[in-house]
Design a protein around this ligand. Sequence first.
Ligand SMILES: [Zn+2]
Length: 253
Amino acid sequence: MLLLQAPPPTRFDLNFTLFGFPIQVHPLFWVIGLLFGASSTNLISILLWVFTIFISILIHELGHALAMRYYGQSSRIVLHGAGGVTIPESVAWGSRYANVALTPNQQILISFAGPGAGFLLALLIMLSVAFTGGVVVPNAAYLFGIVPFPYAHYPNGSALINSLVMTFLWVNVFWGLVNLLPVYPLDGGHIARYIILQFDPWNGLQKSLWLSVYVGAAIALLSLIVLSSTYMALLFGLLAFQSYQILQSRSPL
Ligand SMILES: [Zn+2]
């Protein structure tokens, strides 16, 4: 999602294979969970954040990887200090190695499959809570007062299980939606690029980068003024600036 290039392997990496996909976890990846849990003084809830972020980002990237496999493209997953990335791998093609040529619509579905996997996980969690005696209130809480935000808990359940459920729902629904904003290199930025390219193959890339600059800057301002979230403002300000830099470095078409 956030990093354009995967970090090189280190001796502190965690390496394993899941569903046939090689997975590399860079040591800095664990810092993300620690940052989210930093406001808590309780060790259990810090570990809960690390666990939630690990499972959620892994499932997000598996969504991309499975969609790529569906279209014949093999891939590997890297979880790093700025999130995760699913990297297409060259496949043996006769005596050469080549990447599978994907159509714009296939690229859009691959990009959507990451947040889509997270939404599916959130739905499964809500269904499991509902079928095991819990309460699911889809409209109880609202995200920024605009988007209905799912809410699920066990009225007589343990505080740990309830906060695990809510943390999983928040990470997968909130960040899934944020990830769909048309800002490069979020998944929504890729989706916007392939949609615009279909209408304007000549200037589409440039237009999608300008969209990324304007939407990124607008989200940064809104985050600061409306949500008073310095973190979101910094993140989107940085992404807007990054898109602007790519535009400046490209020779005029
Ligand atoms: Zn993604």
